[in-house]
Design a protein around this ligand. Structure first.
Ligand code: GBH
Length: 494
């Protein structure tokens, strides 16, 4: 009798445990959770301790009218002085790593490595030591959009010489920090700073769409490849680190089931992600063939004697192909794509070259950013597309997050993270996508580029009116700390 009962009890117990475990969504033990920021968006101290001027300093100062409420990053969240508080917050969250970026002009005030700003080196050394003391691993971005103004005066990313200057800068970073950092990202979202910066209205505001954006992308790819090869040659053996790049990939869903919209969506994916991913992560290297074909053809129709998309030498193709140990992926949202049936205008334009029209469904839940709608299923599709296109590369999600109104009661942020993490979990467990880490953007509210301080992405709210830029945990910080510490999604929250 006893034994039968215990048998049943035991059975029931195992059964209950199995069901509970099935319901609980847990990431692999080795999976890492982190938070991200970028230098210009949080540091402030724009002209302190020897820092040089960046293109964002120049742009926000000379065109305040272009930035929401005439804001700028002069003081931002003042993390130059408050980094210890930032690391405290990370400790409270229990995250395993911190993704931050180094300000190039803080290290090299004039962009070139003949003059190194020791105070800049000291600042990042202190930050790295503080992280180490709290057991938080660094994931360091070399370039998150704050180019030294002196290099912009030479044409910035449109001038081929910049690839060599970027290598010199990277070498300074490897020498100064390589014993403390073993995972590096060369660039954050080349698509964004080439398309919006050289082709649009982000700094430097060159608005040469369909022209300067391609020159920028070309030199960024060369610069990235050269840094990767330089690290392999000069540092890999002693430092044993890894070098990757962060690319931005919103999911592009065909607006209808028609063949032409299916095709248009695929072309848009190639123009958005393939532009940078194909040269680095595909087996063949070089630009995506469809991009090459469309831009060559349209350039000809517009009477250009040569394509507006530059050409790599075969050595460059080889140098860039395979030049990443892993892929950093930023993902926030999804678009619908329809084929653009308009005639080709004489004016160069990236959008015309791409030939798709993007929209979003009005019923998709909104954020506080016009471009960001909540569409978790798009995340899983994006990851599966990457897996198929580039032979399932090792991937770290280097940014994912949502902007909301100021305030601490941000249950919608909890829902966003929860929804996107469920999609990610399916991509990893069911679809076998090779994703090894997830980074929430952002640790704290920060300077949101052209949107000033109006769009808040932080797990911690920053009170910009207070003298010490007080940081306060939002509800979502509590939620994310559970995720980071247990590696499971809390069963009930809020
Ligand atoms: C990230 O880019 C950036 O890496 C990060 O610095 C930033 O804080 C974060 O987004 C949140 O915005 O205004 O309609 O012209 C994400 C990709 C590319 C999305 C530019 C917004 C501008 C769209 N971003 N895009 S629009």
């Amino acid at each position: 009798m006893d034994s039968v009962l215990s048998y049943f009890l035991c059975f029931a117990f195992i059964g209950a445990r199995v069901t509970a475990e099935n319901e609980k969504i847990c990431f692999p033990n080795k999976f890492l959770f982190g938070v991200a920021t970028a230098a210009y968006q949080i540091e402030g101290a724009w002209n302190v301790s020897g820092k040089g001027e960046s293109i964002w300093d120049r742009y926000t100062h000379s065109h305040p009218e272009r930035v929401f409420d005439h804001h700028n990053g002069d003081t931002a969240a003042d993390s130059y002085h408050l980094f210890k508080r930032d690391v405290d917050m990370m400790e409270q969250l229990g995250v395993q790593f911190y993704r931050f970026s180094v300000s190039w002009p803080r290290i090299l005030p004039n962009g070139l490595s003949n003059e190194i700003n020791e105070d800049g080196i000291k600042y990042y050394t202190l930050l790295l030591d503080e992280l180490k003391a709290h057991n938080i691993m660094p994931l360091v971005t070399m370039y998150h959009w704050d180019l030294p103004q002196s290099l912009q005066d030479l044409g910035g990313w449109t001038n081929p010489i910049i690839a060599d200057y970027f290598v010199d800068y990277a070498r300074v970073l490897f020498e100064a920090f390589g014993d403390k950092v073993d995972t590096w990202l060369t660039f954050n979202e080349p698509f964004s700073f080439c398309f919006d910066g050289y082709g649009g209205y982000d700094a430097p505001g060159a608005h040469g769409s369909g022209f300067e954006d391609y020159l920028c992308g070309h030199n960024v790819l060369r610069a990235h490849g050269k840094v990767y090869r330089m690290y392999q040659q000069e540092f890999a053996e002693t430092q044993k680190g890894h070098v990757g790049i962060t690319l931005d990939f919103a999911w592009q869903e065909p607006a209808t089931t028609s063949d032409e919209d299916q095709h248009a969506a695929e072309v848009v994916r190639q123009f958005f992600l393939g532009w940078f991913a194909h040269p680095i992560f595909s087996e063949t290297g070089d630009y995506p063939p469809i991009m090459r074909k469309r831009i060559d053809y349209i350039s000809k129709r517009q009477n250009f004697p040569r394509s507006r998309l530059p050409t790599f030498t075969s050595d460059e193709i080889r140098m860039i192909r395979g030049s990443a140990d892993f892929l950093g992926l930023n993902h926030y949202t999804t678009y619908l794509v329809k084929r653009n049936r308009n005639k080709i205008a004489p004016q160069p334009s990236f959008m015309t070259d791409m030939g798709g029209i993007l929209s979003q469904k009005p019923e998709w839940p909104k954020s506080n950013s016009t471009w960001l709608k909540v569409v978790p299923w798009g995340f899983r599709k994006a990851l599966n597309w990457v897996k198929a296109a580039y032979n399932n590369p090792i991937t770290i999600i280097t940014e994912n997050g949502i902007s909301l109104e100021p305030g601490l009661q941000d249950s919608r942020r909890v829902n966003y993270i929860d929804g996107y993490l469920r999609a990610l979990h399916n991509a990893i467990i069911k679809d076998k996508c090779n994703v090894v880490g997830y980074t929430y953007w952002s640790l704290l509210d920060n300077f949101e580029w052209m949107r000033g301080f109006s769009e808040r992405f932080g797990l911690y709210e920053v009170n910009y009116d207070s003298t010490n830029k007080t940081r306060t945990a939002r509800i979502s910080a509590g939620y994310y700390s559970k995720v980071a510490q247990t590696k499971c999604l809390p069963v009930s929250w809020v």
